[in-house]
Every structure is written in C-alpha cells, then in structure tokens.
Design a protein around this ligand. Structure first.
Ligand code: MN
Length: 497
C-alpha cells in the first residue's frame, strides 16, 4: 500500500505554495495524524490516508491553505476525541467554521423515504453553499475520495452512496461548473448503479476511440500547421475522449448507436485571446468542411454553469467526423475547475470568496455561475433560512435547465426554462416586479406570461400607478424569487394569508 504524506499534498499544488501556506498545512497535517492515530479504514489502511487524499484533491483544484487545512481536519471533531474547540484554538475561527460546516453536512438523518432523504441532503448542501461555498467544495472532495474507495464497503452501502452521489453531488459539481469533478463522480457512481451498461459503454468507447485517435492526432498536426501559417499562437492542443457516463447518456438518445455520437473524439485547441478563438474557428472551417447546424458558440453565450468554448463538428482527415473545441486558457481552467478556478485569482489577491461572489457584474460581461449563488444568498437572507416554502421552491429552481436573457443594457439575467417577463422583472429588482405593467421582447410587446427564450432581450415596462403584483401572476411565474416577492406583497395588502 502506498502511503500518502505531507509531501504529496505539496506536490499536488498547481503553482508552488508559499511558506505561510506550507506552514498551516503542515500543522493541520500533524494534528490529523495525531487525532486519527490507530484508526483504520475498511480497506485496512490508516484512517488518516483519507483526509490526506482529500487535501490532495483540494490542492489539485487550486484551493488555498485554509481550505486544504480544513480538508485535513474534516473528520477530526466527528470521529476523534479532539473537539472542534481545540481545532479553533489551534487554527482560528475560519478553519474551524469550515470543519464545522463539513461535519454538519455529514449529519444527515437516514429516515423516511428516498425522496425525503434526497431533499434533506440537497437542502443542506444548498444552505451550506449560500453560507460558504468552500464547505461544499471540501464535501465534494471528500465524496470523490470515498467513491474511489467504495469497493471496500458492503453492497447495500455501495448502492446508497453511489445513488446519492449521482443524484445530489454530481449535479452540484455541475452547477458549480466543476466539469472534471462532475465527470469523475458520475463515472464512479455509474459503475455501481448499472454495472452492465458501464462495462458495455466503456468497452465500446475504448474500441472506437482507439480507431478515431489516429485521425484526431492527424487533425491536431494539420491544424497546428494552418494556425502557424495564419500567425495565431496555439498554447496547447490535445485530444479528448468523452466520459463514460456522458457517452452513455448520448448513446441512449441515439438508440445506443455509438456511430451517431459525433463528439466521441474531439480536438481541443487552447489559444490566448478571445479574438483568437474566432480566428481559429475560421482556420478550422477553411481546412475541414463543417457539418451544418453543429457550430455552438458558448463564448458569446455561455452555458448557465459558466461553461465557455466554441464547438464545431467537421469532416476531418479522410472525411472522418470529429469535433473541435476552441477556448482560451482561462475558459479551459474554468471548465475543469469551475468555481474553484476563481480561487487562484481571489486568494492570490488576498481577497475573500465573498468579494468574488458579490462582485457586481460588469455590463455585457457574462455573469456565469456566480449570479445564482448570489441570488441564493439574497433569497435566503430575505426570507429566512428555515422557511419551508423557500427551500421547497429552491429545490425546484436548482436543477432546472437555465437560460440567459438580457436587459436592454446588456446585463445578463440567469433564469430557469419557461421563465416569464415577471420572473425577469423580479430577478432585476423587487420594485421592478411590483410595478411591471408590460414587457417587450426584441422590441415587440409580449404578454406577461410569455416564455422567454435563451438570448432574448427583455424590456420591462413599469408604471408608478401600479399598486402591486397581480395575484394571477402566481399561476405562471417560475422562479422562487418572483413567487416569494409576490406572496409577500399580497400578504402585506391582506389579499392572501
Ligand atoms: Mn471524510
């Protein structure tokens, strides 16, 4: 058995850690080793190997010294004689509160139906997220390592944990834009939940990808030459295979026919500037004929979880179909690490996560995943954290597909699918919602229950004469923000209880 040590944590850093950072991590390491002394995992290895592995995952995500230290100590108050107060005494309030947050997330009562359990789980994760998102990132790292070592558990526990990972943890990683974390959690769960399909898809992928790899490598070579000729600097090129679970989902859509999955093999080109992305797209299309209707520009219109890239499917070398993904370095690290990618910027500038989360969005600059975290927090403070109505509606909002709509000034508003101008109005401001009388989309009048589509420009018309929201709006609004605002106003007026 390969025993992990402090050095492995330090080696996992993407950029070498400062001395100050090293110091706090090594103190946390010492305490974790001491606290868990004599404890074993089911696998037979020393228990402390688990928190060390969690710390390594966190370092690889680019998290800072405090988060990594909390990762090392995350099981200490719960499973050892050393209490939280001692952690606080030695490491201060911030690290102690991260550890406490993770401990509380772990205490989910196993009672009632699967549904109740699922909702309770989700609710806790969402509340933790609104309080300090680092707690959720530590929890995801904890879960990733537990999934990697799940084989040592009894079968019924394997299924329960894998199901929870697939239904709660992977979607949260996705919502945080952590693509790499999401794929790993899904693939590891898939193996336990549906072993037959897992093996089938994995074997198919290996076979087909091998076949395609030759063309992918040839395309990389040819495109690099073309880019050089055109004078566009390439930072990195690579071939990538789809994750097993996402390939399975795609295949299910196409009657399990792998030949109809066009992005099984992709070429990834990383350039330095946004403008280079578009220039590269032109170069790719000049070299290889594009497939009609398969160009996706997530650079000018990012996915709601913040993902940015240009995708195009082309007839590559020998007329073989391949996908080409073009993005900048920054887009690439955000696609893999999501919200965690921002720590590198924020911690190096000695800023707190809150400064990032609450930073107001620049006009016309995509707000990305941060906007909904901000919303989450606003609703929570407005309504109070124990309001059942809030929690229930939040569950509904959270995993719905999202769309982006624009204000006439170009600000981006993140909304669930089928959201209406009233949802849009309340997403901007409570008073705008309360005084809305009409809406224009792309300069045409629409009804207030119109379903907004991705990319539409919405202009809300307001009037001072309007006294407050209309009770009928409750029949069609889609967001919890709108619902709770409307209800609160109607209550004030005594129109509802
Ligand atoms: Mn743990």
């Amino acid at each position: 058995m390969n025993n992990l040590t402090l050095q492995d944590i330090l080696n996992a850093f993407r950029t070498p850690p400062s001395d100050e950072r090293k110091k706090v991590i090594s103190r946390a390491y010492e305490l974790a080793v001491k606290a868990h002394e004599g404890q074993k995992r089911r696998s037979g290895e020393d228990y402390v190997q688990h928190p060390i592995a969690v710390a390594i995952i966190l370092a690889g995500l680019g998290m800072g010294g405090k988060t990594i230290s909390a990762g090392l100590l995350h099981d200490v108050p719960e499973d050892t004689p050393i209490p939280l107060a001692e952690v606080e005494k030695q490491f201060g309030k911030e690290i102690a509160s991260l550890v406490d947050g993770v401990t509380k997330l772990g205490k989910i009562k196993l009672r009632g139906s699967h549904e109740e359990y699922y909702l309770e789980n989700l609710r806790k994760m969402l509340l933790a997220m609104a309080t300090d998102i680092r707690v959720v990132i530590i929890k995801l790292a904890d879960r990733l390592h537990n999934m990697r070592t799940l084989e040592h558990n009894p079968p019924d526990k394997q299924i329960r944990i894998a199901r929870e990972t697939m239904e709660v943890f992977a979607p949260i990683a996705n919502r945080l834009g952590m693509g790499e974390m999401k794929s790993q959690l899904q693939d590891l769960s898939f193996k336990y939940l549906d072993q037959e399909n897992f093996e089938l898809v994995k074997d198919l992928e290996e076979k087909h990808y091998k076949e395609k790899e030759k063309y992918v490598l040839q395309a990389i070579k040819e495109l690099e030459t073309e880019m050089k000729k055109a004078g566009v600097a390439v930072l990195e090129t690579s071939g990538r295979a789809k994750s097993v679970y996402s390939l399975f989902l795609k295949m299910k859509k196409h009657d399990m026919d792998i030949n109809r999955v066009y992005d099984l093999a992709a070429v990834r080109i990383i350039v330095s500037e946004v403008a280079d992305c578009y220039e590269t797209l032109g170069i790719v299309h000049k070299k290889y004929r594009p497939m009609i209707g398969r160009i996706k520009d997530y650079v000018s219109l990012p996915k709601p979880n913040g993902y940015q890239s240009i995708h195009t499917t082309v007839f590559g070398p020998d007329g073989r179909i391949i996908e080409v993904q073009i993005r900048t370095k920054k887009m690439h690290s955000e696609a893999e690490f999501g919200i965690a990618a921002h720590w590198i910027y924020s911690e190096s500038k000695k800023k707190k996560w809150k400064d990032y989360i609450f930073r107001t969005a620049q006009k016309s600059e995509p707000v990305k995943e941060i906007e909904w975290v901000k919303q989450l927090r606003e609703w929570q403070t407005e309504i109070g954290r124990d309001d059942e109505e809030f929690i229930e509606s939040l569950n509904i909002d959270f995993f719905k597909n999202h769309i982006f709509a624009f204000t006439p000034l170009g600000d981006i508003i993140d909304l669930p699918e089928e959201a209406t101008p009233i949802d849009f109005a309340y997403a901007i401001h409570g008073e705008i919602g309360n005084h809305a009388v009409g809406a224009k989309i792309n300069n045409k009048m629409v009804s207030l229950d119109h379903h907004i589509k991705n990319g539409e420009v919405v202009d809300i018309l307001t009037s001072k004469d309007r006294k407050g929201p209309n009770q009928d709006w409750l029949k069609f609004v889609k967001t919890s923000a709108a619902k709770s605002h409307i209800k609160r106003e109607l209550r004030k007026e005594g129109l509802i209880k």
